[in-house]
Each structure stands twice: as C-alpha cells, then as structure tokens.
Design a protein around this ligand. Structure first.
Ligand code: EPZ
Length: 420
C-alpha cells in the first residue's frame, strides 16, 4: 500500500495544467459503446477509475488502447452485456454502463455499484426512471437484470437532480425511438460534456445545463473524437491547497465558469483570484479568514466534491465555519483524521463546526475516501512537521499523480510503498 510522506510549510508557487475531468470521462467511456465504432478521447486522465472502466469495456468485448492521456475505444465487436460483480463494486460509476448496455444490447445484467463510503448511495432514482421508460427490471441474488425491449419514450421526473441517474437516462434513451424528456435533471458541467459527446456521435440531445433535458432517439451513432473537459474538482483542490499554505499559483486549462462558487468563497476568505479565458491565478497569504457558513448544493451551488478540501482549509483559517453537507449523509470521514493533526472540528448531523487554529501538526493519517484523502494532503502541506497520508489508493481513483502536481508547485511530497 502506498502513502504520501509530506513535510509541510512550503509556499505553493508556479504554474500547473489541469487535466481531464474524472466525472466527465467515466460516463463518456460508457457512452462510447453506443456508436459500435471508434471513439478517441483526449485529456483522458490516468486514474484508477478510468483503469476500471477500461476493464469493463474489454469485458464487454470492446478494444481499448491507451497512450498517456489519449484513449481509443473500438466498440464494434461488443458481444457481452453483463458486468461481473467484482468489477461493479470497485466504483460507483460502473452503474452508468447499464443505460448504455441496454441501448445497444436490449438486455443487461449488473450488480449493485460500489464506490466511496459517503452514505447509502442507493440507485432508486435510476430504477424508477428506467421502469417509467418501460424497462423491465428484476433484482435477484445481488444481480440486476434489465430488458428494454418494451422501451417507451416519455417524460421522466427525477425526485432529486441525480448526476448518475441523469446520465444513465441520456445513454439509455439516445438510440431509442421517440422523445424522452428528463425533468429536474442534474445541471453539472459534466452533463454538458456528455451531451457534447453524444451529439458529436450524431445524437440529438439538448438542454444539458438546465433542469430539463430532451433526447430525440436516433437509429445509429458514428465515430467521434472528444477532448474531456477540465476537472473542476482537481482545480478546486489546488486552490484550497494554496489557501492553506499561502502561495501564488496559475492554473492552466480551467473553465472558470465551472468554478464560480469556489472562486467566490475563497475571495470572501481573502484570496486574490484573477480569471482569464482558460486559466486562473490565485494568490494567498499564509492564513485567510474563514467564511461563516458553507453549504454544499447541486450545481451551480458549492460542490460536495470540494467540501472535504474546504474543511481542511478552514481548519487553519482565522475564525469559525459551519459546513453543511446536503448531498451525502456521511461525508465528514476526513474530520477525525484532521483532528489527529490538531484540527478543532465538531461533527453534527450532516454538519461540521470548524474552529480555525493557527497551524496543524504533522501526523500519520488515513485517507477515508477519494476527496477526504485529498483534504488530508492539503492539511499536511500546510502543517508543521512531517505527515504520512496513508491509503492513497483512494486518492489515485480521481487524481492523476497528485504528488507530481504539488511537487511541481514546490510542495515537499513523496509517494512511498510503506507496506508489502
Ligand atoms: C456523481 O455521483 C459524482 N460521481 C460524485 O463524485 C458527486 O459527488 C455526485 O455526482 C454529486 O455531484 C461521478 O460522476 C462518477 P448523485 P452520483 O446520483 O451520480 C442520492 C467524486 O468524489 N441518490 O448525484 O452517484 C445519493 O445517495 C464523486 O468524484 C439517491 O438517493 O451522485 C446522493 O445522496 C463522489 N438515489 C445524492 O442523491 C439514486 O438513485 C447525489 O447522488 C441516486 C442518487
């Protein structure tokens, strides 16, 4: 198992290019089976969740070639529409393949999705929408068997703007006869990226970014090449790190409009942030002042995927913050690890009260999940002394060599294999 050894205290200065977004490339990789042809993806991040998606694509009979951040997928030979349990429970977004497999094969079998322990993470919204669209679903012995031969395009309303459910319906409906409309759709930028990719293949999807998405089914789709949108959560992570260590960083390849809520928050805390067409400069003193209340919300609200990083930054800002996590019921697992470093955090029901202390102290801490691990790295970079951030396989799920990014910016961080 690998861990990061981090000696805190260095300012972070310099320039870094943000890569493609995990939460965009994963649904797009699932969508690549729809054209029964070739797909080329640029800025495809080298992260373990992508590795799992490649394994799933190969299990379905697709060919996949990777060359750095370029991926090529040939789905012309797809011959299997069942994802084995051991692959399903490796990550949550394996469930996005269900809609695509049904769209191509008419039948599909998969298990329940795995993923980080952020809460129950049910799939009821996906299933309710699929049943409304005429999909026959049988749940038995840990498997979910679906048959879309009686698919009937119609209007489906989501009880909650679920990102995954929105994506699954888009993939299911884009090659089915008729017009399907999603009401109360998720509005995250990754949905726009998926719509762009589908339409590049010849689909007729519109409305992404709004809460109403219309999918006009087409008979077939064509080869496509797509550059994955920049990862707004990786960009947010670097920004919260700068606010913890102090520094002056230029982020290249960012879409600043995706970062509005994070930019506004950090400006309120005293950071100077300058936005440009595809880059952003952030300049921070050693210690900012925290905001009173922060609440995670569906986009364009503050992203739940940046909440852990914000809590880590608030831990050493001046003042007290109340952070409310409204999306997941169990997303403060990083708090107990931050407290080992001297953070003053009290956890309530879906909320954290963070009383800023002048400095944290290095400790041996354990990543509880993907973004919680990133939060511990941020805390360690600003702490007094040396930290060990363990279980960084979680971090590798969504960050392409995070240690390289922070080293390039002047952070003292190394990856080591601590145990056999
Ligand atoms: C996507 O997960 C992201 N993952 C998550 O990022 C992100 O936190 C989340 O959207 C919210 O923005 C990917 O895109 C691969 P949801 P998803 O369906 O689709 C509940 C990261 O760190 N819900 O919008 O699983 C659910 O339990 C990851 O990169 C139901 O109740 O999120 C949660 O409380 C973590 N029933 C809320 O909705 C359902 O059927 C939001 O879930 C589906 C979801």
């Amino acid at each position: 198992m690998s861990a990061y050894i981090i000696r805190g205290g260095n300012y972070l200065n310099g320039e870094i290019r943000i890569g493609g977004a995990k939460n965009s490339v994963l649904p797009i990789m699932a969508a690549s089976i729809l054209n029964l042809s070739t797909t080329v993806l640029l800025d495809c991040p080298c992260i373990s969740d992508v590795d799992i998606s490649v394994e799933i694509l190969r299990r379905l009979g697709c060919k996949v070639w990777r060359d750095g951040c370029r991926a090529e997928i040939d789905s012309s030979m797809i011959n299997n529409f069942e994802i084995p349990l051991e692959l399903m429970n490796k990550m949550r977004s394996s469930f996005i393949f269900l809609g695509a497999m049904l769209a191509v094969g008419g039948k599909a079998v998969c298990g329940y999705p795995g993923g980080c322990e952020l809460g129950a993470r049910p799939i009821d919204l996906h299933m309710k929408a699929f049943r409304k669209l005429g999909v026959h679903i049988k749940e038995h012995g840990g498997y979910i068997s679906c048959d879309s031969s009686n698919f009937k395009a119609c209007k489906v309303a989501l009880d909650f703007p679920s990102v995954g459910a929105t994506e699954n319906i888009m993939l299911l409906a884009c090659k089915q006869k008729g017009t399907t409309t999603i009401v109360n759709a998720a509005r995250e930028p990754e949905i726009n990226d998926l719509q762009d990719f589908l339409n590049l293949m010849g689909a007729k999807v519109s409305g992404a970014g709004s809460s109403k998405i219309t999918i006009e089914g087409v008979a077939s789709l064509s080869p496509a090449e797509k550059r994955i949108m920049p990862d707004r959560i990786v960009a947010s992570t670097i920004m919260f790190a700068a606010s913890t260590t102090g520094g002056n960083i230029t982020l290249q390849n960012v879409n600043c409009s995706h970062l509005d809520s994070v930019i506004l928050l950090l400006r309120d805390c005293g950071a100077d942030i300058y936005t440009h067409s595809d880059s952003l400069d952030i300049i921070c003193p050693r210690r900012l002042k925290s905001t009173d209340v922060l609440q995670t919300m569906p986009y364009p609200g503050f992203p739940t995927d940046a909440q852990s990083q914000a809590v880590a930054a608030f831990a050493t800002m001046k003042g007290t913050s109340i952070v409310k996590e409204t999306i997941f019921e169990n997303r403060f697992n990083h708090a107990s690890e931050l407290k080992k470093m001297g953070a003053n955090i009290t956890i309530g029901d879906r909320l954290a009260v963070v009383r800023g202390v002048p400095r944290l102290t290095g400790a041996h801490v354990y990543s509880p999940d993907l973004r919680g691990g990133a939060a511990l790295v941020i805390a360690a970079l600003g702490a007094e002394g040396t930290s060990v951030v363990d279980n960084i396989h979680y971090v590798d799920r969504g960050y392409d060599k995070l240690e390289n990014m922070f080293s390039e910016l002047g952070g003292d961080i190394k990856r080591e294999d601590l145990y056999e």
